[in-house]
Design a protein around this ligand. Structure first.
Ligand code: NAP
Length: 479
């Protein structure tokens, strides 16, 4: 077989198939490979009119069909399957060839694989792809990591098939080794937080104001015309407006209220814990899914005393929907600020140079968290690339300043009505925490020193101190 294909895709389930079709539709000749050859044949036959495919039955045939340096995109499940496919290809490749893992790998695995392949003279690119099957076909947001020289040859091709916003591709080289998968992981974590906040807004409108799903759908449609304009708000309106075909009931009322997860939210929180970055919005969203799915716990707790069925009436209800919009926007800013801080900390820890403004900019299209609001984040990092937190950027200071009273009213009302709002409440607690002049952490330090002689620092002089708590005079000594 002659070397005719510019790029190859191995793993042709939903995502791989659509990515291969996207490449072909953009005029690139695409080699195809899949463990089960039937998928390869089906794709080449059913979509032959979309471009040029070079189907291969074996890994050897697939590799032979590729131009050099060879570029192979893997779209298989993260973990063992990815290692198995890499092990199958590496003996067939030559110096300078590039393997691109476009699955949802953990960034630590990507770092390990990048090191192993670079020792063999191969380039390994861990690439985050967001946008689900629709994005893969019509333009995803693409977050490639790996060596800069691999991006030089690969970048134009990826930018070609990515989503575009204002003519700009939603794809950029994120940084070395695992940076792309790290950023994709945090993207997914932020997605969890955003979805949870929207779900809490729905719950408050439903339980707190007694609105029905169709009316709430209209409220979200209205919000989608303003600063909350985003894919997630848009699909929320559609889901809420949908009626179940069989029963005619609102769709949301016939779906089991147990949220599932594939693990990227959990990874984001685990990495944040290791880095010491508080991502309370993502953590609360991940735990809220776990809580919802813990049927045993919920059944055991169902009869616990509390407020239920209460709602705001009359004057108290007036303007509450607008308050919720404000609380949602403010909490969303906090969740994103925390996510960007995690990326910043990851970059520092692992030695990546990541342009945070560019990251926000490539999330404006193609991906699940695409939103108008991301333009504000790009602008903030353009104003100050080393911003400690997005919350101190002037545009967000103004937005939160305006939202603040509403935000506090919503959190207080939710507590009084017995409506759980872990996302809204923790976002406000974080906001109040970081801006506090003094935190009760001083007392925690005292407790730690008392039971464990863990020492403390003082506000009035340098040094590390310990108090002899067990003695009568409780004398302080420098540790
Ligand atoms: P998938 O169900 O994760 O994977 C199925 C594909 O992997 C099939 O082509 C299968 O081949 C192949 N495969 C599985 N185990 C293999 C092994 N041990 N050796 C060789 N090939 C193996 O497919 P997907 O939903 O299209 O997702 C692909 C990747 O993209 C995953 O890492 C996923 O996390 C990521 N991703 C998915 C989405 C999404 O919205 N679905 C979004 C972004 C990223 P056979 O046909 O032979 O079974």
């Amino acid at each position: 077989m002659s070397q005719t294909a510019e790029i190859g895709v191995s793993g042709l389930a939903t995502m791989g198939r659509n990515l291969a079709r996207n490449l072909a539709r953009h005029g690139h000749t695409v080699a195809l490979h899949n463990r089960t050859a039937k998928r390869t044949r089906d794709l080449a036959e059913n979509f032959a009119d979309e471009g040029t495919f070079v189907p291969a039955e074996s890994a050897e045939e697939f590799v032979r069909s590729l131009e050099r340096p060879r570029r192979i995109i893997l779209m298989v499940p993260a973990g063992k399957a990815t290692d198995a496919v890499i092990d199958e290809f590496t003996p067939l490749l030559e110096q300078g060839d590039v393997i691109i893992d476009a699955g949802n790998a953990h960034f630590a695995d990507t770092r390990r694989r990048e090191k192993a392949l670079s020792d063999m003279g191969l380039n390994f690119v861990g690439m985050g792809v967001s946008g689900g099957e629709e994005g893969a076909l019509n333009g995803p947001s693409i977050m490639p990591g790996g060596p800069a020289e691999a991006y030089e040859s690969l970048g134009p091709l990826l930018e070609d098939i990515s989503a575009k916003v204002d003519g700009q591709p939603c794809c950029t080289h994120i940084g070395a080794d695992g940076a792309g998968h790290f950023v994709k992981m945090v993207h997914n974590g932020i997605e969890y937080a955003d979805m949870q906040l929207i779900a809490e807004a729905y719950d408050l409108l439903r339980q707190g104001l007694g609105m029905d799903p169709a009316a709430i759908a209209e409220t979200f449609t209205g919000w989608n015309q303003g600063r909350l304009d985003s894919y997630l708000i848009e699909i929320t309106s559609e889901v809420l407006a949908h009626a179940d075909a069989e029963t005619g009931k609102p769709f949301v009322d016939v779906v089991a209220d147990e949220a599932e997860q594939k693990g990227t939210g959990r990874w984001t929180v685990q990495a944040a814990l290791d880095l010491g970055v508080p991502v309370t919005g993502i953590a609360e969203a991940t735990f809220a899914r776990s809580l919802s799915g813990n049927r045993t716990l919920r059944d055991a707790a169902r009869s616990l005393p509390g407020v239920s069925g209460a709602r705001l009436e009359g004057a108290a209800a007036e303007g509450f929907a607008d308050d919720i919009e404000q609380a949602l926007y403010a909490s969303k800013i906090v969740a994103y600020a925390q996510g960007f801080n995690e990326i910043q900390a990851g970059a520092e820890e692992y030695g990546w140079t990541i342009d945070l403004g560019r990251v926000a900019s490539i999330w404006r299209g193609g991906c699940i968290i695409r939103a108008k609001f991301l333009e504000e984040i790009t602008a903030a990092y353009e104003r100050e690339p080393k911003l400690t937190t997005l919350l101190t950027d002037s545009s967000f200071v103004e937005a939160i300043g305006g939202a603040q009273d509403s935000w506090r009213r919503v959190v207080a009302s939710a507590a009084q009505l017995g409506i759980p709002t872990p996302g809204f409440s923790s976002a406000l607690a974080y906001y109040d925490g970081i801006r506090a002049e003094r935190l009760p952490a001083a007392l925690v330090q005292g407790q730690r020193d008392f039971f464990g002689a863990h020492t403390y620092r003082r506000t009035d002089r340098d040094g590390t101190f310990h108090t002899a708590w067990a003695t009568d005079d409780r004398a302080e000594s420098e540790a």
